[in-house]
Ligand binder design. Sequence first.
Ligand code: ADP
Ligand code: MG
Length: 732
Amino acid sequence: MTEQLLAPATSRTAMQCLLDPRSVAVIGASRTSGSLGRRVFDALESGGFAGAIYPVNAQATEIGGRRCYASARDLPPGVDLAVIAVPSAHVLAAADDALAAGVRSLVVITAGFAETGPVGAELQRQLAAKVTAAGARMVGPNCLGLINTKSRVNASFSPVFPPRGRVALSSQSGALGLTILELARDRGLGLSTFVSIGNKANVSSNDLLEYWENDAETAVVTLYLESFGNPRKFAELARRIGRTKPIIAVKSGRTRAGVRAASSHTAALAASDEVVDALFESAGVIRADTIDEMFDIASAVSMQSLPAGRHIAIVTNAGGPGILAVDACERGGLKVSEFTRATRATLKSFLNEAASVGNPVDMVASAGADAYRRAIETVLSADEIDAVIVIYTPVDPAQSGMILDGIRAGIAGARATGNVKPVVACLMTDGARPEPLVVGGERVPVYVFPENAARALSKVTRYAEWRHGNFGPATRFSDVQTAQARALCASVIAARGDDWLRPDELRQLLAAYGIAITPGVAVRSADVAAERANELGYPVVAKLTSPSLVHKSDVDGVRVGLGNDEELRAAFADLMRVAQTLSLADAAVLLQPMVGRGIEMMVGVANDPLFGAVVGFGRGGTDVEIERDVHFRVAPLVDRDADALIRQSRALPRLLGYRGRPPADVPALRELLLRVSQLVTDVPAIVEMDLNPVMALPVGEGCAIVDARVRLASDVLRSTAGGRGQPAGSAS
Ligand code: ADP
Ligand code: MG
């Protein structure tokens, strides 16, 4: 401890100096109250910061009783942090001065940078370059500042100082930051650090994640995000950190514009916010729809332990709120199932006649403190229950105090026996935003409505399942020929530029990764067609193909189940007529053996402007855009991503076998997903892929890919019209 205090300042990293400073200069602190600089100075003073505070202002010799420095160059050496709140035209000079004096880190509050246009963006680039050159770190520009509750640093212009706690919070919006801080304070949610990251010219949310990973004060991370600088890095960090510290994020902009009109099924389906969901889901990030919900969830994970399963007991004194809670639980995937006979008998032994001893336990309006105490103790101790929601609707407000005591006593009684199951409460005691219920050293989160409690609990449960899951790495197949696959793509691009692969190229590319497609032969005359069909063996399928034809069924270009020569010749003539009507160039007919008994699924790849390659899986066929059963994961997939994709599909019951039909070869589908993921990860020129349909055959027979399309692009960035989807100047 002593050693740590005596250690020279330089042994701390610039990030530590930034987020936990021991001395702070305020550049632009002025004597005029209300100016930004003065507000920061006042906030720092009134927050109770114990370290040194240095106001910097050329126009003053003293501010708030402290000696004022004319220039940051005059500061004593080794100041941890300088907050810059001067007009944008002076920011670069102020940064120069501070960095020259050896200041380790900056918070630049001033706006007027990349958010204003190209001139501001250039200014921001220069500012960031100075910070990097000096080996310093910087939050902002264009931000609210930061707060550290442990060392009581309020280096922001927020007048609100949140209570100390274990939740770290980062906000991309400064304006929302103020509201968020008020919300945290009103809810009694304790924060460790708050950072308004502004334009992210130097420090990004990813940097903060890395800092919080090792910050002993932080147990839960909450993020308000508007854009991702580097989503892959985010996913990688989140997946690692989320195993010990839950990460809850609100990502605004749930609908995404600017995604290129897509010609493959997969790209059309991926052009939505679902990819963000996919990223969060596989990285274990808890996604909240609103800031309020983010705090609902943060309260639950920071105050209570994680549930061991999905079984919830509800204890209430009113039917309506109980039903609301049941519905919200079930919507969120939780189970409000019947109690065992023993639990029911115990409940019956002390509850009155009118009470229901089912789940929810509806103790009716007459329930007193003792009923609450014993009911809570009983359900918390029941083996079949993983978590409890307590609901109290006042009948006689004069009783509320006693009833709350009963609720506390019930929880305390269970805790005394070593029970750690999570409890959340919905106490409709008055209109105000409820404070957590204090039970000994524990705090029980209290929600305004039963749905809030249920929804928070369901998201926490999903997170707990993710965290308890197996984190095995991705299976890597060694029987693949990466160099060959890359060379093939390079030669196609050299010859034709960005294009769809032709059938023989497709077959070769997939074969290099151990993925076989159902063989087919292209024919151009009825006689040759008949000959080849005989060799393949009836029944066969005939498909019209042409480089200019995208979806064959759309033009009635697929004939299945052709059983003999006669049917084949008729189909051939038909398809040729279609080709003529449409004046298709280079039309041919592709013959394939008919795959009889499969379940039609699809595996696809799209290239997301932000996330890069995403792999999709779901029900296949010609109507996938209507069925909308396709879910995504960001490549490369780990094994559990592949499992999750298969589990998520609405076709799962069919794949597992139903009504006497044989179950499908799910391991083969899983292998296909992982091979496709490895292929597109190793060969980035593949920007779009549809394997549709993939016929899932009975166990042991694998799957048959009867239709495949792959598009290559030489420059992944150019192939997406939406740009990088982040404000100019975002660093990472
Ligand atoms: P497209 O997607 O261009 O319309 P497909 O080759 O996917 O053409 O064929 C459309 C539909 O025809 C498939 O979804 C499937 O139902 C059926 N089909 C195609 N080829 C076969 C085959 N070899 N065996 C069985 N059914 C097939
Ligand atoms: Mg198809």
